[in-house]
Design a protein around this ligand. Structure first.
Ligand code: ADQ
Length: 493
């Protein structure tokens, strides 16, 4: 690959922006998240490109808004326009009713409609066409997540020669679950069309390689360590584990700000003489929220000394609300919170404070800072960034992290956290009791260890690792800009 001219072309289902209906019509607002923060400096210096769906349907004309947005961002944004049918069958259908539940080991929630698969292929091809149009042979095409597993193959079908890499943000399931997928062989073969396939953990990488043995008896593995080469017939594909992370320093710095510190103090003042136990999740059945509420109820019953002394602050961010399963989960959570609060509330103490909304960054960081305990218990999760964000913001190093064994983050954080099985209600309830009584010395030892890991293995480490495996380059090849702001400042802001 030509060294001096390499641009990175990121391709993901969604562009790093949000469309909002303002008083003057449709407006573009910046997206947030670790990926944008990490990739933006690379793009601004090397003229990178980001391709993705804007979030609207094609009756909304977003193309005109992209020009000023790209100018401001310092890199190009190209929208993929999707029709309402495509959004229905490719996004809500195949991506979220087939791959999402299956890859989180919840196969009974899958809806294997053949129509979804056809639309998935069609939309992956559409992404490939737009990528072909807006990239050249010297570019590196970095494709993100389960919506676009077929894209490298679509590029080849179009005759487009590109160096391509793929990163899966969600888990890769064990073979006995993956093999339920009617299109299992097509998906595996499509993934082998990438030059590099990245997973969150070694467990995911192992599952993928085991599944490959089903489509080819003669696969060979060459190399050792987190990135190996898999040889299947005449194909050689690099396959690696790259645990994603956060911009640790930005979280720690912002958590230290006066605004966050004041807010944290103010919020905790309203809960005097209590330990706050914090849960923060997107509304999703994979996050294990009902099981966690049951565990909290069990802890209040079996360990009555906790009553009046501990408050669960559960933040749930609305997500995929158009889908009936998510509406049912929302109702179930309201019912459970009502039941527990109805049973235990007494004058001056409400056991669960339930926040069903998106928080702004200061408010989220204030909750991270003030909570004595964080409880993060997904049934399965690719990584779980909330766990890392909590540690980064725990400046006093006196918080306790209760973490599910089935979060990808467990592979890195298991030594400092209290590990739990999210299906084991009594086990989680015991963990709450243990965290509540943990002395300061043990809290400090554990949290110090956790923060070291999150500090050293941050989002820049992750981008470096992936790029080194992909194109033998790291972020130093893309010089930093003085005025870099870790958000896309868009004209319409
Ligand atoms: P998610 O399933 O979305 O991501 P997670 O990793 O926890 O899960 O990220 C959630 C993000 O939302 C966090 O960065 C958090 O700060 C933010 N957030 C949470 N609550 C919020 C609130 N109330 N207001 C505002 N923001 C809030 C998928 C995979 C994960 C994987 C990531 C990254 O499912 O397993 O870790 O991608 O690869």
């Amino acid at each position: 690959m030509e060294e001096s001219g390499t641009r990175i072309v990121a391709v993901s289902n969604r562009l790093p922006i949000r469309l909002v209906h303002g008083p003057d019509g449709l407006e573009i607002k910046p997206g947030t998240g670790g990926l944008v923060t990490a990739l933006a400096p690379v793009f601004r210096n090397r003229g990178g490109v980001w391709i993705g769906w804007s979030g609207g349907t094609d009756d909304e004309d977003v193309a005109g808004l992209m020009e000023p947005a790209s100018r401001e961002a310092g890199y190009r944004l190209y929208p993929v326009r999707l029709s309402a049918d495509e959004v229905g069958d490719y996004y809500y259908g195949f991506s979220n009713e087939v791959i999402w539940p299956l890859f989180h080991d919840l196969q009974t929630r899958c809806n294997f409609k053949p129509r979804y698969w056809q639309q998935y292929l069609k939309v992956n091809r559409k992404f490939a066409e737009i990528t072909t149009k807006h990239s050249s042979e010297t570019d590196y095409i970095w494709v993100h997540d389960y919506h676009l597993m077929h894209m490298a193959q679509s590029l080849k079908e179009l005759g487009t020669e590109r160096n391509t890499g793929f990163f899966l943000h969600i888990p890769f399931p064990p073979e006995d679950i993956f093999m339920k997928l009617p299109w299992r062989a097509q998906i595996l073969r499509a993934l082998l069309e990438y030059e590099l396939v990245g997973f969150q953990t070694m467990r995911d990488r192992k599952n993928f390689i085991q599944c490959l043995r089903h489509i080819s008896s003669g696969i060979r593995i060459s190399g050792r360590g987190p990135v190996v080469t898999v040889i299947v017939g005449d194909k050689r594909v690099r396959v690696g584990a790259f645990p994603i992370s956060i911009d640790h320093d930005a979280f720690a710095r912002d958590a230290k700000s006066k605004k966050v510190a004041d807010l944290a103090w103010y919020l905790h003042e309203a809960l005097p003489d209590q330990q706050v136990i914090l849960g923060v999740d997107r509304l999703d059945y994979t996050k294990g929220i009902p099981e966690r509420l049951e565990a909290f109820k069990d802890a209040l019953s079996r360990f009555p000394e906790l009553q009046g002394k501990i408050t669960l602050v559960q933040v749930v961010v609305p997500s995929r609300e158009e889908v009936s399963e998510y509406q049912m989960l929302r109702e179930e959570l309201y019912r459970l919170v009502g039941e527990i609060n109805g049973k235990f509330t007494r004058s001056g103490w409400v056991p669960i404070h339930y926040l069903y909304r998106s928080l702004d960054r200061s408010e989220l960081l204030a909750y991270y800072r003030l909570a004595e305990i964080a409880i993060i218990t997904p049934l399965k999760d690719g990584m779980n960034l909330v766990a890392k964000e909590y540690c980064a913001c725990n400046l006093e190093e006196n918080g306790v992290l209760i973490l599910s064994e089935f979060a990808g983050a467990a592979a890195q954080l298991h030594r400092g956290a209290i590990m739990v099985n999210p299906y084991d209600v009594e086990g989680m309830s015991n963990a709450i009791h243990q965290a509540f009584h943990m002395d300061q010395a043990e809290r400090h030892n554990r949290m110090h260890r956790l923060r070291e890991i999150v500090h050293h293995r941050d989002i820049f480490w992750w981008v470096n690792n992936f790029l080194e495996a992909a194109i033998a380059k790291d972020l130093r090849s893309f010089p930093a800009v003085e005025d870099y702001v870790p958000e896309i400042p868009l004209a319409s802001n």
